[in-house]
Design a protein around this ligand. Structure first.
Ligand SMILES: Cc1cc2ncn([C@H]3O[C@H](COP(=O)(O)O)[C@@H](O)[C@H]3O)c2cc1C
Ligand SMILES: O=C(O)c1cccnc1
Length: 349
């Protein structure tokens, strides 16, 4: 097995959001008819988007949502509450509008597609489906590297290819077994004990959780000597859909498009992406605190403050799609509230 070689674009430095537009937006917020700071995080979201768009009054119109799906060899170890064929079945459901994220994408009027990186079940062609099959699944990372260097590059490139112009990118994921992969990635990257980061995913029982945690420990031991950089960690323990998220996050930010990171699995992708390309960090917003037990710790490691906390544990990009609605409202307030001067309302002394 060769060490992972990653595509060249990963190394491109990403320009920081505009500090002057942020300062102008902050000053504008002080003029709006409300006590200073009273809109809390909604104010900082508006300021962040001013920085992303380089203008004092940013808007959130074009939202791009891509749900990346792939199967995991580790699923054969029984670490999920659901069978592996669900991945392919859900791909069809995304396309037909029946999945949670499909419904939310419709409410946002988003540009929505599902991307198949490779799953065990068959998926019929559909206008909303992009077929980017790499292999039917990753290898079981408790006994072998999850993917070859070539497959890692293919998955990164597939995600990168989905990045495009817009006001916001949301990446979702689907892959039975992928909370096992995400926990292993976070454990390796942040040097965490498997017990601290492994959760119940789709809803496994205590005995299965103990086995899942043990399997992650076994994998960390097996790959120990290679887990020395983020690309090797992703190659050994990741999934095709997680690597595609990494590529899509970096590609979006390179085009000046901010990203709303979804839940636990997406946060694992974000952690790897930032480790690969640290200039990505200011372009990532964290949508919500998932109920997956390790998510809080992962967010803390990234110094990330989630926008929402709704006890969700779904993935698919669903939490990010909900938070996009909050961002839209934050920008509407920022752009259309009256100023003290306009409304003839007295300022604080
Ligand atoms: C019907 C269904 C829809 C889903 N949508 C997202 N996930 C979520 O559950 C999976 C991760 O959990 P685990 O590691 O326990 O398998 C991923 O596919 C994730 O996106 C789903 C899971 C199911 C069963
Ligand atoms: O937070 C997530 O992304 C998540 C948690 C459990 C299962 N699937 C996804």
């Amino acid at each position: 097995m060769t060490t992972a070689t990653i595509p060249d674009w990963v190394n491109h430095v990403i320009t920081a959001p505009s500090a002057s537009a942020e300062a102008e937006a902050r000053a504008h917020q002080t003029q709006l008819t409300k006590p200073a700071g009273s809109l809390g995080r909604l104010e900082s979201l508006a300021v962040a988007f001013a920085g992303f768009q380089g203008c004092v009054k940013p808007t959130l119109e074009r939202i791009v949502i891509r749900v990346f799906a792939a199967d995991h060899g580790i699923a054969a170890q029984g670490t999920s509450a659901y069978p592996q064929e669900v991945t392919a079945q859900m791909l069809a459901n995304f396309c037909h509008g029946g999945a949670a994220v499909s419904v939310l994408a419709g409410l946002l009027d988003a540009d929505f597609r599902a991307v198949n990186l490779g799953c065990v079940g068959k998926v019929a062609p559909h206008k909303n489906l992009i077929d980017n099959t790499i292999a039917s699944a990753t290898a079981d990372f408790s006994s072998a590297p999850a993917m070859t260097a070539e497959r890692l590059s293919a998955a990164l490139n597939a995600g990168f290819a989905q990045a495009q112009q817009g006001d916001l990118f949301i990446g979702g994921e689907m892959g039975i077994g992928n909370t096992t992969s995400a926990a292993a990635l976070l454990a390796a990257l942040f040097h965490l004990a498997p017990e601290a980061i492994t959760g119940k995913g789709t809803g496994i029982d205590e005995a299965t959780l103990a086995r899942k945690t043990q399997l992650i420990g076994k994998a960390l031991k097996l790959h120990r000597d290679q887990l020395t950089n983020p690309a090797a960690i992703l190659q050994r323990l990741g999934g095709f859909e997680i690597a595609a998220l990494v590529g899509a996050y970096i590609g979006s930010a390179q085009q000046g498009v901010p990203v709303l990171v979804d839940g636990f699995i997406s946060t694992a992708a974000a952690a790897i992406a930032v480790a690969l390309q640290p200039t990505l960090a200011p372009w990532l917003l964290y949508a919500h605190l998932s109920n997956e037990s390790g998510h809080k710790l992962a967010l803390n490691k990234l110094n990330a403050q989630p926008i929402l906390a709704l006890d969700m544990r779904l993935g698919e990009g669903s939490g990010a799609a909900l938070a996009a609605g909050v961002v839209r409202q934050a920008l509407a307030l920022h752009n259309t509230m009256a100023t003290f001067a306009d409304a003839g309302v007295s300022h604080a002394d």
